[in-house]
Design a protein around this ligand. Structure first.
Ligand code: NDP
Ligand code: 8G0
Length: 451
């Protein structure tokens, strides 16, 4: 039996013992398709049993969160933290609040995070967590009580050298403030056990913007290396949250054209492209009102050129670059075909694993270049790593310094993808490059422990 057979047997065992965890299996398959073929060509350097160990989270923590609603009723939600892998550094990754989440999501996200965090070059392992609590329609005091109850449980498992959570879907500056305030009160310590904090209480400049900005720095570098530029490129974005709004802001700054934003209820479209003022207003509304696009569309100071469609398909139209920035598997095969039909040449994955397996296959058999999320959106966690470093030093860096570091990290990730994903004829498979580069870094540390 060669190493390919052994790895395939390990994968089969994993799947038979985790039946029903479809997102987790999808993330593992996406990475292992590339890793297996790479390892097969370098068999003498790799031990399949060490690789097998990477497939299993170090631990899965599940707890109940009991909190009191505005009517005085006792509510209960489930909370999770998946501490996937700390070979390179303490567990690091966000917290998601969404009614549809399950353990499967946190496992897939924790797995992806492990290899993404390795790509940043900073000492961070992979983790993810959150709850099936639905923040939509909840009052501010309810959000606060939930966040505090959640942290009461989570606080025993985290710390600046142990596990450092941050925000994610449904967890922004407000929620992090409540969580950090409670963590501080419970532990009596002001230390960097969470990132994404407000700059007034230990947060890093540019963390809020980092994922969106980093996405654009990545995209820009890929284009430059193809003797192309962002200027004038027509971009379709999904989502209307942290990632898509700051990505839009930076795209417009680079003179690209942002045609769409969306949320779970509808699509907001601008034929001429959103203006910087419209995006600034949307950011402000999101941070203060926590509402939906349909509530905002008429309250912007400048509504010219905007059209909102209830439901609607964000991928209709004609554009050069698709940037899904909402959630996993939001682009299925039919939508991939719509993106190809729209004339897109680049699929820039800003959300985590936004394309189904069939969608990825559709792009592979077209001339759409697929830029993978674990590389594209790594700027967020990279600046979280810088926030942790600033907290540990008792320092606070300027926006310029953090932004320069972010640019340099994103450039290095593009280079790592190119070095590891070069195809015959000089083209680059960025997905393969990201998978192999991340894998090699995690393997190297794990081989020191287990090899
Ligand atoms: P936000 O909560 O700020 O925004 C998410 C946006 O996506 C909202 O517009 C939301 O619409 C929409 N959305 C979320 N879930 C669904 C769904 N199931 N169906 C349709 N629309 C949905 O999250 P972020 O912008 O922070 O995160 C977006 C993606 O980027 C996620 O995959 C996240 O993991 C990833 N990411 C985030 C990073 C960060 O720093 N924030 C870092 C790296 C990756 P609605 O409000 O109507 O639900
Ligand atoms: O900063 C973080 O740890 C973080 C938060 C939200 C999402 C992500 C990610 O990389 O997916 C990281």
């Amino acid at each position: 039996m060669g190493i390919r057979d052994n790895l395939e047997a390990h994968l089969e065992h994993l799947k038979s013992t985790t039946q029903g965890e479809h997102n987790f299996h999808q993330a593992v398959d996406e990475l292992f398709d590339d890793v297996i073929s790479y390892v097969e060509q370098n068999e003498s350097e790799y031990n399949d049993q060490v690789i097998n160990r990477m497939l299993y989270p170090d631990r899965v923590i599940n707890f109940s969160v009991a909190w009191v609603d505005d009517e005085g009723g006792l509510q209960v939600n489930q909370g999770w933290r998946v501490q996937f892998n700390n070979a390179i550094g303490p567990y690091k990754g966000g917290l998601r609040l969404h009614p549809d989440v399950s353990l499967d999501d946190f496992k897939f996200l924790g797995f992806e995070q492990t290899f993404k965090d390795a790509l940043t070059g900073l000492p961070m392992g992979g983790g993810k967590g959150g709850s099936d609590f639905n923040p939509k329609g909840r009052s501010n005091p309810e959000i606060r009580r939930f966040c505090q109850a959640f942290m009461t449980e989570l606080s025993r498992y985290i710390g600046p050298d142990q596990d450092i959570p941050a925000g994610d879907i449904g967890v922004g500056g407000r929620e992090l403030g409540y969580m950090f305030g409670h963590y501080k009160q419970l532990t009596g310590k002001f230390h960097g056990a969470l990132t994404g904090k407000g700059p007034s209480f230990g947060g890093s400049c540019i963390r809020t913007e980092a994922t969106g900005y980093g996405t654009v720095y990545f995209l820009e570098q890929v284009l430059i290396d193809q003797d192309d530029e962002l200027k004038g490129k027509r971009c379709a974005l999904s989502g209307a949250g942290n990632v898509s709004l700051y990505c839009s802001q930076k795209l417009i700054e680079k003179e690209a054209v942002v045609l769409t934003l969306s949320d779970s209820q509808g699509v907001l479209r601008s034929e001429e492209g959103f203006t910087q003022e419209q995006i600034t207003d949307l950011i402000e509304l999101k941070e203060t009102n926590h509402g939906a696009l349909k509530d905002y569309k008429d309250t912007l100071s400048d509504t010219s050129g905007l059209k909102y469609t209830e439901g609607g398909d964000v991928w209709d139209g004609e554009y050069d670059i698709a940037i899904p920035s909402a959630t996993q598997n939001e682009v299925d095969e039919a939508e991939a075909k719509a993106i190809i039909k729209a004339g897109a040449k680049i699929m820039c994955q800003a959300a985590n694993m936004p394309c189904t397996k069939a969608a990825v296959e559709a792009f592979k058999s077209s001339d759409v270049q697929n830029l993978p999320s674990k590389a594209v959106n790594a700027g967020g966690v990279a600046v979280s790593g810088l926030e942790r470093a600033q907290n540990a030093m008792g320092m606070s860096w300027t926006s310029e310094k953090v932004d320069d570091e972010l640019k340099s990290i994103m450039k290095n990730i593009v280079k790592a993808c190119q070095d590891n994903g070069k195809l015959e004829g000089g083209k680059v498979d960025y997905s393969r490059g990201a998978n192999i580069a991340g894998f090699k870094r995690v393997y190297k540390a794990m081989a020191a422990y287990y090899g």
